[in-house]
Ligand binder design. Structure first.
Ligand code: SF4
Ligand code: SF4
Length: 371
C-alpha cells in the first residue's frame, strides 16, 4: 500500500480508501464488518461513511468492524447543511455518528454534498452547521473539517480559497476527468487533501468493459485502468472504493502497489476517445430517489447512460427498455417516465446536474412505442 499525506493535516492515509456506500445488504452487518477488517489487514486505513448510506446500516457496520481492528485508522463521515442547518443540529449529528461508529473522534468530518454555492453559504451562516462543527473540533470530537462537492472546478476553488476547510471529496474518474481535473489540481496545488469518489463511474466502467476497452493498456481491463488512473495520480490523496468483495480489495491494493500514473500522452489518447458525452452521465448515487410520483429516477437515468455515453439508437434503447421493464430493474416500478409532473425536485438534488426531466420525456416516448 502507498500512503500519502492528507493536505497539511500531518495524517498519512492509504491511497486506497474504503467507501461505505455499497455494502452488500443481502449479507449481515457482521459479514460486512469482516470485509472492513480484511481491508484494514491489507493496509487500508481510511474509512468513509455517512448516516443514511446503505439503508442507514453503513456507520453501524463500520462500528462493528472498528471494535476488533488495530487503532491506527482514520474515519470519515458527513452531515448535510440542508439537514443540519443550525449549530445545535450539527453537533447532535456529530454525536450520533460518534456513538454509532463507536469511536471517540471523527478524523475527517464532511460538510456533505455541496451542489451549489447556496449550500456552502447555508453551512457557513452564523449559528449554522460550520459553527457547530468548529465547537465539536474544540471539544476534541472532530480532527478536521472538510467538505464534499459536486460543483464545477471554479466553485470548488472559491470555497477552498475561503480557507475554512482542510480538504475536499470530489467525484472524479477516468471518464469525467477532462471536466473535473481543474478542481483536483487547484486543491492539490494549494496543499489540500483530495479524496476521490466514484472511481468506476458508479459501476458504469465494469458494466461497459467492451465499449471502453480503449481505456486499458498492455492487457489491462478498463476497470483496472480506471482504478489505476485514480489511485496512482499523485494529486489524489485517497480513492474511495465501494468494496463488496475481498477480490475487489485485493485488486485495488495490487494496483496501489504496482500501478504507475498515466502519462500526458496516455491522457490525451483517452480524451480523444471519450468524446464529449462522458461528463453528463448518471453515477447511480441515488440522491434523486424522492420523487413525489414514485418514478424510479436513478434507474431510468442509469438506463439512459447507454444513449449518453455510446450514442445508442432509439431502436436499441427501446429494445433494452422492453427487456428491463419485463425482467430488469424497472419491472417493479410504481411510477413511469410519463408520470413526471416536472416539479424539478430530482434535478435540484442531482449531483451531476443532469437534465432529468428532458431525458424522462425522451424515455416516455420510447415507452409509448412499446405499448
Ligand atoms: S421532476 Fe418529475 S421525475 Fe423529477 S421529482 Fe418531479 S415528478 Fe419526479
Ligand atoms: S440522476 Fe443524478 S442524483 Fe440521480 S442517481 Fe443519477 S447522478 Fe445521482
Amino acid at each position: 500500500m502507498i500512503y500519502r499525506e492528507y493536505g497539511k493535516t500531518g495524517k498519512l492515509v492509504s491511497a486506497v480508501g474504503f467507501g461505505g456506500m455499497r455494502f452488500d445488504l443481502s449479507k449481515s452487518d457482521e459479514e460486512n464488518a469482516e470485509l472492513v477488517r480484511y481491508a484494514s489487514s491489507k493496509g487500508i486505513n481510511y474509512f468513509d461513511t455517512a448516516p443514511g448510506y446503505c439503508d442507514d446500516r453503513s456507520e453501524k457496520i463500520f462500528g462493528i468492524a472498528f471494535k476488533n481492528m488495530p487503532k491506527s485508522f482514520y474515519v470519515s463521515t458527513k452531515g448535510m447543511p440542508i439537514q443540519y442547518d443550525t449549530k445545535e443540529k450539527a453537533k447532535e449529528a456529530v454525536k450520533k455518528s460518534l456513538k454509532t461508529l463507536g469511536v471517540d473522534k471523527i478524523n475527517f468530518y464532511h460538510v456533505w454534498c455541496l451542489r451549489k454555492m447556496s449550500h456552502y453559504e447555508l453551512a457557513m451562516k452564523p449559528g449554522g452547521q460550520y459553527e457547530g462543527l468548529l465547537e465539536c473540533k474544540e471539544e476534541g470530537l472532530i480532527d478536521h473539517i472538510v467538505f464534499s462537492s459536486h460543483q464545477p472546478g471554479h466553485e470548488v476553488k472559491e470555497i477552498l480559497q475561503g480557507g475554512k476547510f482542510e480538504g475536499v471529496l470530489l467525484g472524479v474518474n477516468i471518464l469525467n476527468f477532462p471536466y473535473r481535473w481543474d478542481g483536483v489540481v487547484s486543491a492539490y496545488d494549494s496543499g489540500y487533501g483530495v479524496v476521490a469518489m466514484n472511481p468506476l463511474g458508479g459501476g458504469m466502467i465494469p458494466k461497459h468493459e467492451k465499449e471502453l476497452r480503449f481505456l486499458g493498456s498492455k492487457g489491462e481491463t478498463p476497470t483496472e485502468a480506471a482504478l489505476r488512473f485514480n489511485i496512482a495520480s499523485p494529486q489524489i490523496t485517497v480513492t474511495l472504493n465501494g468494496f463488496t468483495t475481498k477480490e475487489q480489495i485485493d485488486m485495488a491494493c495490487r494496483i496501489a502497489d504496482e500501478g504507475s500514473s498515466f502519462t500526458e500522452n496516455d491522457l490525451e489518447k483517452i480524451k480523444n476517445n471519450l468524446g464529449e458525452n462522458m461528463n453528463a452521465v448518471c453515477t447511480g448515487c441515488g440522491y434523486c430517489w424522492d420523487c413525489p410520483m414514485k418514478i424510479p429516477v436513478p434507474a431510468y437515468m442509469q438506463f439512459y447512460n447507454d444513449k449518453q455515453m455510446f450514442g445508442k439508437s432509439d431502436e436499441e434503447m427501446k429494445k433494452e427498455l422492453k427487456r428491463i421493464s419485463e425482467w430488469g430493474f424497472l419491472a417493479v416500478r410504481k411510477g413511469s417516465a410519463k408520470d413526471c409532473i416536472k416539479c424539478g425536485k430530482c434535478e435540484e438534488a442531482c449531483t451531476q446536474h443532469l437534465p432529468i426531466i428532458k431525458r424522462l420525456e425522451e424515455i416516455a416516448k420510447w415507452e409509448r412505442c412499446l405499448k
